[in-house]
Design a protein around this ligand. Structure first.
Ligand code: FE
Length: 231
């Protein structure tokens, strides 16, 4: 035991003492005087040195209703919007857009507007709407997305569609197809019709509850229709 003790003591002393000198130099900033720090701070750019923009640089979104002098009447609900057949010409995965009219497209310009409402007649913000229709000659684009597009109702539950009046095709009066869905709700399918169309009555699918209210303007029409959907 007496021979082992000095060895253990030496090991313990070595382990506890650590290195005799620091392995790295002290940070340079630790040697700066207060005056030097103040001088350096004064040299830094300050907020007041940056130009302050006098006008907002973010463009405000244009409200299509205000831009087109459209004020929606206070909605009145008379039951749910009738469901209608999807028909043979629906194409899923449409582009998101409110403008279906394209340059060079024939037909009378048409704006369709209204609310998407729930069964309590309350607006449904962000409701999904998917529109598709025939062109003015009654022809669908079944290989692309002409006159097809989906959109989401705004925070007031309003939708805005800019298109052309659809034409008749054999067996069908003028109509616009639509699918609707409240956020996390089920999909509803229906169609819109136009007042006083000669083909309405002979059309077995036509439903007078789905006739839009038309307003004729200089060179175009505004059609009003409120959708009322159950969740
Ligand atoms: Fe159709």
């Amino acid at each position: 035991m007496r021979r082992i003790f000095p060895v253990i003591a030496a090991l313990v002393l070595t382990a506890c003492s650590g290195p005799a000198t620091p392995t790295t130099a002290p940070a340079a900033t630790s040697t700066l005087s207060f005056a030097a720090i103040v001088t350096e701070a004064a040299a830094l750019p300050t907020e007041s040195a940056s130009p302050v923009p006098s006008t907002p640089t973010i463009a405000q979104p244009i409200d299509p209703f205000a831009a087109n002098f459209i004020t929606l009447p206070v909605p009145v609900c008379n039951g749910l919007t009738p469901e209608q057949t999807e028909g043979p010409y629906y194409t899923p995965n449409t582009p998101e857009r409110t403008l279906l009219f394209e340059p060079g497209m024939s037909g009378e310009r048409l704006i369709v507007v209204g609310y998407v409402l729930d069964s309590n007649c309350q607006p449904i913000p962000n409701a999904w709407l998917d529109f598709w229709q025939a062109d003015a000659n009654g022809v669908y684009d079944n290989s692309g997305y002409i006159l097809r597009g989906h959109q989401f109702a705004d925070e007031q539950g309003r939708y805005f569609l800019e298109t052309v009046l659809p034409g008749e095709y054999p067996g069908r009066t003028e109509h616009i197809h639509v699918k609707l869905q409240a956020p996390n709700g089920q999909i509803h399918t229906s169609q819109l019709y136009f007042p006083n169309a000669a083909g309405n009555t002979p059309d077995g699918i036509f439903d007078p509850a789905l006739i839009v209210t038309m307003e004729e303007r200089q060179g175009y029409y505004v059609a009003y229709f409120n959708f009322v959907i159950a969740p």
